[in-house]
Design a protein around this ligand. Structure first.
Ligand code: SIN
Length: 480
């Protein structure tokens, strides 16, 4: 184990490790149900304290230069990478993803810190040609203030850096509430941020079991000016309504129901590979995982047989073991939900080509279901598990209609070798992101985010700074 110097059991507020009261809760390894660590349950009290601290810290932090903030972010980035092994182990222990995926997440997460260290220095304003001779019109961008970041368990590191790095680069201070399943990774990177030299109170991590009570405190506080949330659409709705009284800025990265269309002119081997990398990342527990594979009738048989063969090579098990491709699902509820999807599909005419069953208490077989139809529950809901339903179509219009037939609009994918079709379909898909002949589209360089019930705002890329900045227009008059 390389991680003992990175494990903490209480909130990190004002540059100190703080426990409030004696109440604790256990962090459990989803691969075997064993306790990893008990952590202090700071709840509402620590949330209120952290908001006050972040508010005070903002008064000084906002005055620092972008260049100074970039030097600290650079140091944080390097420290995260230097601790790849330890951080990856913590992540695999608390969220179950295979170790090689956890290592990949460390570099993915660190890349956001590096990117925003640079991007913060390019927070340019504008000089606008005036409407009268004696005026000068100028636009500057300023940090919004204290940011409440609420992050999920499926990417315990990267979803944090994707929010916290642009916030800090912009000059905001942060109160982060990581998922109660995976606080250890969050605390470890807070420790590295403090070594990097961020002043006390600039980046605070609050730990507690009661997500809804802590989220409510962040949303209703007048001192918090922005909420950035990644998680379910249900909770996104709730946070939005709780934020209404203080008219907060909101970034919401919510659920998805990603279609993956395979046209008759697709390179089938590439499409199979694209399906596998997109679907089975983190055992199917990502918002951008393929949810529905929609295949042209002419190649349906060939594609499904090749896909079946590729899936049968995947190894399920404890993510700490070498060679494992698919780890556990996060908890028993997740396992039941996935099992219910399969039972529902069978009742409605689905044919299980592969898998379909639980393995013990923690794992689910990678599953391929043929003859999927729109009545099946997974046609409407996010699966968040290792199931691929196969749908059939006969023309482009039908495929696009099926793909858009959902309230969600996060990621979508399709495979075709025809450039005209590629443009036409990409423009017709009602999604924030489209993968064309590609199943893995996430990078710090590109804007990640959705439309419709998948949320608002963008993370990563040059657009990822905007959500942490207010625009100020200054009119200089009487210049004679
Ligand atoms: C998510 O599932 O929320 C994020 C996935 C990604 O960043 O690729």
């Amino acid at each position: 184990m390389n991680n003992s110097n990175l494990i903490f059991d209480r909130s990190f507020v004002d540059g100190k490790w703080i426990a409030i009261g004696a109440s604790k809760f256990d962090i459990v390894n989803p691969a075997n149900g064993q306790k990893i660590k008990s952590v202090n349950d700071g709840g509402v009290a620590i949330s209120e304290k952290a908001i006050g601290v972040a508010f005070e810290a903002f008064q000084g932090w906002k005055k620092t230069t972008a260049k100074f903030r970039a030097t600290l972010l650079e140091k944080w980035h390097n420290l995260i990478l230097d601790n790849t092994e330890g951080l990856a182990e913590i992540m695999t222990l608390e969220c179950g993803k295979p170790l090689k995926e956890s290592k990949g997440e460390v570099s993915y997460g660190a890349a956001f810190v590096k990117w925003f260290a640079e991007e913060g220095k390019r927070t340019y304003g504008d000089v606008i040609p005036p409407h009268t001779e004696n005026r000068r019109l100028v636009v500057i961008k300023q940090a919004v203030g204290v940011v409440g970041a609420i992050t999920p368990w499926n990417f315990p590191l990267a979803m944090i850096t994707r929010k916290v790095a642009p916030a800090l680069a912009a000059g905001c201070t942060v109160v982060l509430r990581p998922a109660e399943e995976t606080p250890l990774t969050a605390l470890a990177i807070a420790h590295l941020a403090s070594i990097a030299g961020f002043p006390p109170g600039v980046f605070n991590v609050i730990i507690g079991k009661d997500a809804s009570a802590m989220g409510k405190v962040l949303c209703e506080s007048e001192k918090v000016k922005k909420i950035s949330f990644t998680g379910s659409t249900r909770v996104g709705h709730l946070l939005m309504s709780q934020s209404a009284s203080t008219l907060k800025k909101l970034s919401l990265e919510l659920g998805g129901n990603a279609p993956f269309i395979v046209f008759e002119d697709a390179n089938i081997d590439m499409a199979v590979e694209g399906t596998i990398v997109s679907k089975f990342r983190n055992s199917g527990q990502t918002c951008v995982c393929v949810n529905r594979v929609i295949v042209h009738e002419k190649i349906y048989e060939k594609f499904s047989q090749k896909l079946k063969k590729a899936i049968s090579k995947l190894k399920v098990g404890n993510g700490m073991e070498e060679e494992v491709n698919i780890g556990p699902l996060i908890n028993k509820d997740a396992l039941k939900k996935v099992n219910d999807f399969v039972e529902d599909a069978i009742l409605k005419g689905g044919e299980v080509l592969l898998g379909g069953k639980r393995i013990g208490e923690c794992f689910f077989e990678p599953t391929l279901i043929s003859n999927a139809n729109l009545e099946m529950n997974f046609s409407k809901e996010e699966i968040f598990g290792p199931i691929i339903p196969l749908y059939k179509f006969s023309n482009d219009e039908e495929a696009i209609k099926m793909a858009n037939n959902t309230v969600y609009g996060l990621a979508s994918y399709f495979f075709s070798e025809n450039v005209t079709r590629c443009w036409r379909v990409a423009e017709a898909l009602e999604y924030g992101m489209v993968g064309i002949n590609e199943g893995l589209i996430s990078t710090e360089l590109a804007p990640f985010g959705g439309i419709k019930f998948s949320g608002q705002g963008r993370e990563g890329s040059k657009y990822g700074m905007d959500d942490y900045l207010d625009i100020k227009y200054m009119c200089f008059g009487n210049i004679i």
